[in-house]
Design a protein around this ligand. Sequence first.
Ligand code: ATP
Length: 345
Amino acid sequence: MTNLRIESLSKTFGTFTALDEVSLEIPTGKFVCLLGPSGCGKTTLLRVIAGLETPSGGHIFVNGEEQTKVPTHKRGMGMVFQSLALFPHLDVAGNISYPLAIRGADRAERERRAEELLELVRLPGMGARRIDQLSGGQRQRVAIARGLAIDPKVFLLDEPLSALDAGLREHMQIELRQIQQSLGVTTIVVTHDQKEALTMADLVIVMKDGVIQQAGAPMEIYRNPANPFVAGFIGTTNLLQCEIRDGAIEVLGARLPVAEGDRIGVAQGRAQLSVRPEHVAIGPPGGEIEAEIIFLRDLGESRHLLLQVGGQEINAQLSPEMHGAYRPGERVSLSFRPGERVVVA
Ligand code: ATP
């Protein structure tokens, strides 16, 4: 069942278009990541859904009921802001139960719910703490608990983990996902971190310049990007000018017959070939595409070669057994693994 439906939603600020006819449908219980570069309209979309901004056009429906003109506090949405916006003068329990207080819930109800939510976010018994006595990760949990206090129909989070360091952030991604799954609440998280989106989401929505570029399951988007922007934005890839001619990909002076499994989104003519570094294979010189190794990058868990072919740089990830086999300055040949090549226009 569709929980949230958005139809042709637009938002302009003066002459600037921040959202351009955005339409999407989100089934009940899904975890959605809104992903895109800075300024693409993610926060604006979230704020329009929450009722914090008035759209310039379009419609918002929750469980089939139109919400477009319904005031924020009557939409039944929970929100976590990037800044967290916790109240320093209230203790943890007071922060969590604040949305219930402004809706007139009595003290016993507020205390019961705060305790329940503190259990959920793994801060049991911390209700009396002051906000400034909490670590960054604990504050994050309090903000999440407050966003869930009203048992929202849709849970909206704007870059909720961006202030955390890398280790804690990964931990909280998993925890947030587990909380969401245990409640089954439809959740939309804004992020500009593609790894975060791939870790948490059932559905990833990639935006650019106020327009949805692609929406789909994370691996679907990774394997089958709709255009060069999505290919380059999700994961690391090599984007190479190519031409599709008579069932072959012409690239870097070579002619590569299209193989089963290759995703060729262009029938004929100029396009771009996207090849992930893990699908670039290295062999001895003398092959169809010759390259020079210009840099070797060892990241511990993986090792990468930066190669040059003509004026073009290519990133290749070496398989573990090939570690140590190559030196900068060496000439090699490279190939793009058949079945893993993606051509987009
Ligand atoms: P970030 O990742 O940097 O937070 P974002 O994708 O969330 O970016 P938005 O905050 O939605 O981007 O902003 C989209 C565009 O709309 C930006 O160019 C921004 O400058 C503009 N914008 C947002 N709010 C306003 C406003 N109140 N008045 C004018 N322009 C605005």
